[in-house]
Design a protein around this ligand. Structure first.
Ligand code: BGC
Length: 526
């Protein structure tokens, strides 16, 4: 019966077609799902690429990056605070409270190119120091020879007397090679000492604190010129330290020698600092004479800006970490956000943070537990890596990949490279904008319509975008009618120190006699 019933069904082509279609659909879905699962299992990190390709779109990464951004309004606020700190530092009654010490340099004039003499210079500011022999021939002609020496790490943090003995040993070797020993002449020496010093005259300066990795004992609060001269006398060589200048002052002087409109000296290197020409009327702490020209170069020591907490609102947890692990916690707040000694470390801490939040180097995280790699070690990401990463343009990221391999990350993905470059850019842009804001304060304050900024330092010289980023932000911060240009110091600050020493020796008052504005435009001759 049933058989008949079945048999009684006629053949239906439509339902057969539908059935075939349903089978096909199910098979496609099953196969599709299998392929998808296989794909996800085999390449888990691929699913993140879309999200990461433009990290600014990723909320978590952007939150980290946002803490580094300082907009123009904030910069203007920082500028007002800096100017207040400057005024506080220049007044004898409030000087102590200011984080910006505004030390008068006792340099009041610019050399005019007619100086004649044989001068030595010693330039100490980092792990290398330089000794120069400079022959001033008048008519702006200079013959210069120099040699670079190393300050071993053990000397940087050892007994202060060893440091000065080491400097003098090298000076003596240099003089021997240059046939300057036992000539019957006592050569004046200009000492560029790139650490904060309260000067009492051109040839007397007390170190207020060590910076940039130095911490020699027995030097803070001492007269550094005397310590050097004692070591020179002990060695019995024919040299007299005639002047001490900060590297910013040396840079200003060296640049002013060929570009008289130079009115600011700026260092953007291992450390950072600026000096500028200030009216004596504004320098309450001035204890010298009031002869013409009524101006003096002020060594700002702006690296310490914020040490009294006035910049806390812009500091990130990475800045705090860098500070706490430094050898001078609580000191050099502004410097630690800007200079080369700290920039790479800030980047390293951000990378580590993103890695720990599982936002970076995905799919590799288990293999990165190797705590011996530079990524996990303080100082493991050099500031020069920041420059290298930022030179990459386009999508190949060959430099970035090389840097990441150097710090222990093998086979970084495209997205890893994008993110690391983004971090480097934010950190260096913040530094450039802070330095630019500081310069804008000085330019607006001096109100000279055309000034030159004499500048030196590895960050300025080698970072591919630092100068451009400073200029961009300064466009919005410098008064429109005030123009400025840059002059890169070619022989470093030692040449400036030598010039100061030469004039100090020739002029018993130790003060130059020509007004800054009237100096003619001398041509560089060596
Ligand atoms: C020092 C300054 C110096 C600057 C640049 C800072 O750490 O305190 O005196 O000018 O570095 O070398």
């Amino acid at each position: 019966m049933s058989f008949e019933f079945v048999q009684s069904f006629p053949y239906d082509p439509i339902s057969s077609l539908l059935r075939k279609f349903a089978y096909g659909l199910v098979t496609t879905c099953v196969l599709g799902t299998a392929v998808y699962i296989g794909y996800r299992v085999a390449a888990p990190d691929k699913s993140y690429i879309k999200r990461y390709r433009y990290p600014e779109l990723n909320d978590q990464i952007e939150k980290v990056i946002a803490s580094l951004k300082i907009n123009d309004e904030q910069l203007k606020h920082i500028m007002r605070t800096l100017e207040e700190e400057m005024n506080t530092g220049l007044s004898p009654t409030t000087h102590k409270q200011s984080s910006v010490k505004m030390f008068p340099s006792y340099v009041r004039h610019i050399p005019d190119g007619t100086e004649v003499g044989q001068v030595l210079a010693l330039d100490l500011g980092g792990t290398n120091f330089r000794i120069l022999s400079i022959k001033l021939r008048g008519n702006s002609k200079i013959d210069l020879t120099s040699k670079i020496f190393v300050v071993p790490q053990s000397v940087m943090i050892g007994d202060g007397r060893h440091l000065f003995r080491h400097l003098v040993e090298c000076l003596s070797d240099f003089m021997k090679k240059e046939a300057l020993l036992h000539t019957g002449i006592c050569y004046p020496l200009g000492f560029t000492f790139s650490f904060p010093c309260k000067q009492e005259s051109l040839s007397s300066a007390r170190l207020t604190a060590w910076t940039k990795g130095f911490s020699c004992s027995g030097v803070v609060n001492e007269d550094v010129v005397k310590l050097l001269q004692d070591a020179i006398n002990e060695k019995g060589i024919n040299v007299k330290c005639a002047a001490l200048v900060n590297d910013t002052v040396g840079t200003l002087m060296a640049c002013a020698y060929r570009e008289p409109s130079t009115a600011i000296g700026l260092i953007l290197g291992t450390g950072t600092n600026a000096c500028y020409i200030e009216n004596l009327d504004n320098v309450g702490t001035w204890n010298g004479d009031y002869n013409e020209p009524k101006q003096v170069i002020i060594n700002m020591e702006w690296g310490a800006f914020g040490d009294n907490g006035c910049l806390n609102h812009i500091r990130t947890k990475y800045d705090e970490e860098v500070d706490l692990s430094s050898i001078n916690p609580g000191k050099q707040t502004f410097e630690k956000m800007i200079s080369g000694m700290y920039m790479g470390e800030i980047v390293r801490l951000i990378i580590l943070d993103l890695l720990q939040q599982e936002l970076l180097f995905l799919g590799h995280r288990d293999t990165y537990g190797d705590y011996k790699t530079p990524l996990y070690n303080r100082g493991g990401f050099y500031t020069k890596f920041v420059s290298t990463v930022e030179t990459d343009e386009g999508i190949k990221f060959s430099n970035t990949r090389r840097v990441l391999e150097d710090i222990g990350i093998r086979n970084p993905t495209f997205d890893d490279c994008v993110i690391v470059q983004h971090i480097c850019r934010q950190v260096s842009t913040r530094a450039a904008r802070l330095a630019g804001a500081g310069l804008a304060v000085l330019i607006n304050r001096m109100k000279k319509s055309n000034i030159t900024i004499g500048v030196d330092g590895s960050l300025y010289r080698y970072h591919p975008r630092f100068k451009r980023n400073m200029e961009r932000c300064m466009e919005n911060l410098v008064h429109k009618d005030l123009k400025f240009k840059w002059a890169l110091s070619d022989d470093g600050s030692g040449k400036g120190a030598a010039l100061v020493a030469c004039v100090a020796e020739q002029n018993s008052s130790g003060i130059f006699v020509q007004n800054h504005k009237e100096v003619p435009d001398y041509k560089k001759s060596e």
